[in-house]
Each structure stands twice: as C-alpha cells, then as structure tokens.
Write a protein that binds this ligand. Structure first.
Ligand code: ZN
Length: 310
C-alpha cells in the first residue's frame, strides 16, 4: 500500500501576523507575529519536509524532482500548488498578483498567482478587500495617483465558512482578525499597491505601483464559487471551486466514509476536529498528500477537511 506523505509546515513571521497558529492550531511558531503557515509547499521560499515513512526528512521539492511517480508524473518543473494558513492579526497590504504570462516575462519565469480563500475564522463584523471601483485603467490610475483608497477598494463583509476565488489582476487584501486557508499556485510574486503608510523597521515597505497598474483588471469582475454539494451517509462534500489550476473541496465528516483517491495527487488539510485516515490518527492542523494510485481510503471521526488537486 502507498504511504501517506505527512508534511512539516514552514512558518513566516510578518508585520501583520499574530499567535493564532499556536493558540488555535497548536503549532510551535517562531514569533508572536507569525503570519503564515506554509502547510503544503515545495516553493524555494518555504519547502516542507516529509514527517514520516520512507521519505522522512526529505523536502517536498526533492520528491517532486526525483519521485515524480508519487504525483502521477504530473507535468511542470515545480510542485504547482501551495497551501497556507494565514493568521492576519492586522491588515495585509492592498495587493495584486500577475498571471502566468506577466510573471514569466517580468519575474524570472515565475508562475503567476491564482489563489482562493476559505475563511476559517473572522471577527463578527469582519470584512475583506476584493476588487475595485474604477471603470477603466484611466480612472484606476487617477484614483491611485490621488490616493483615493477608500473610494477605490471594494470592501465586503465576511463570515466563517465563506469562500472566495482571487484571479490574477484582482485587487485584494485580508483584513485584521481573519484566519484563512489559502490554496494557490506555487508563486510568491505580490505587487503591493498600498500599505496603509505603515513602517516596518522604521521604513515603509516597498510598493509596486507601476506593475500593479499593469496587471489590475478593469473593471473588476467577481468570480463565483461553485457550491456543488454531495451528501452521502455521514459525510458532506462541497466543491468550492474548479478552475484551470486547481479544484478545491470541503469535506464535513460525522462518522465514517470511504473515498477514492484517483487524482494525480491529493492535498489534504484538517481544519477542524479529530479522526483517522486508514487507521492513522489525524487532527486539526495536520496536512498530508495522498500520492498517485493511493486508491481507496477511509476517513473516520468528526472532522472538517479541505482537499485540493490539479
Ligand atoms: Zn494574494
């Protein structure tokens, strides 16, 4: 039987981070302003190691390069997805990501970034920035030039369990008090449009106004989540999104259920509860990959999971 690949996350301190990755998820974090847990990642800026079995201690990037069979010989030079948990104690900068074509040309062949957010936790009157109000590039440039940030950005209310797809070219920002599970293309290219004039070690963080204006889509168009729901026995599976880069689903389990892993590989994150996969204990905060050809697997327990595949 094929082995499950359990991953050791990589943590990132950020000026906007907090300590919920320790208090809510039980991780050992490097500081009380830890913003990101790179939970399933082979990106060079945060390459997870395997925690168990034959490949214990190896980096995920190493397996992608030397054991492509684990990923069904999926195409691509780099492991294409990146799963993060983000703890935003304070607001993240207002930002935008390029698409593959723009990133390839302007960012040394990097991938662009399509990302999506599942809201794990937020404040009662929490909100988030997605989109902008400029009707065309001219108006966008004028509003940015005049620093009319409040008029420009689209602020929208959020609740626990909401889901948003963020296409490249979408102005966005996670606001303080929000914890998110993010599924994204494996890319670390962010153009910062506005950072609330904050200082980091006495200096404002770099902005990327020209590149932002280049890539921001005008006018903004919302992408709707899929919302397809399958109910069987003790289990509910909701498809959150299916796009050109990934499919993301949420599994709510109360009891037991058998599934088939027939994708090239399947990323799994336990976002709440405890249980078992094929007799192995798993709990909130665990992240693992079911490799190619894993076949049937049985989940047991009371758990919510987010799974993703190509
Ligand atoms: Zn982003």
């Amino acid at each position: 039987m094929k082995e499950i690949l359990f991953l050791e996350p990589v943590f990132k301190s950020m000026i906007w981070g907090g300590n919920k990755l320790a208090t809510d998820f039980g991780y050992t974090i490097p500081s009380d302003h830890t913003g990101e847990c790179w939970a399933i990642s082979a990106h060079k800026n945060g390459d997870c190691t395997i925690k168990n079995g034959t490949y214990e201690g190896k980096h995920l990037s190493d397996l992608w390069e030397n054991h492509k069979e684990l990923f069904g010989n999926a195409p691509g030079e780099v492991f294409p997805l990146l799963i993060k948990i983000i703890d935003a104690k304070n607001d993240l900068s207002i930002q935008v990501h390029p698409d593959d074509a723009y990133a390839k040309e302007h960012e040394n062949g990097s991938l662009g970034k399509t990302e999506c957010w599942y809201i794990l936790d937020c404040e009662e009157d929490g909100n988030i920035v997605i989109g902008h109000n400029a009707k065309d590039k001219e108006e966008l440039k004028a509003m940015i030039g005049d620093r009319r940030w409040t008029d420009l950005i689209k602020l929208r209310p959020i609740q626990k369990g909401d889901f948003f797809q963020i296409e490249p070219g979408t102005v966005h920002a996670i606001k303080g008090g929000t914890v998110i599970l993010e599924t994204q293309q494996s890319s670390d290219v962010t153009y910062r449009l506005y950072d609330y004039d904050r200082l980091d070690n006495g200096k404002p963080r770099e902005l990327h106004i020209e590149k932002s204006i280049d890539v921001i889509g005008c006018p903004h168009v919302d992408v709707l989540a899929s919302g397809k729901l399958d109910k069987t026995g003790d289990c509910e599976v909701q498809e959150l999104i299916r796009c050109g880069f990934y499919t993301v689903k949420k599994i709510d389990l109360h009891g037991e259920q058998e599934f088939i892993q027939d994708q090239l590989f399947l990323n799994v994150s336990v976002i709440d509860g405890t249980g078992e996969i094929d007799g192995i204990s798993i709990k909130k905060g665990d992240h693992f990959i079911l490799p190619s050809g894993y076949g049937t697997y049985r989940l047991e327990g009371t758990m919510n999971l987010i799974v993703s595949h190509l």
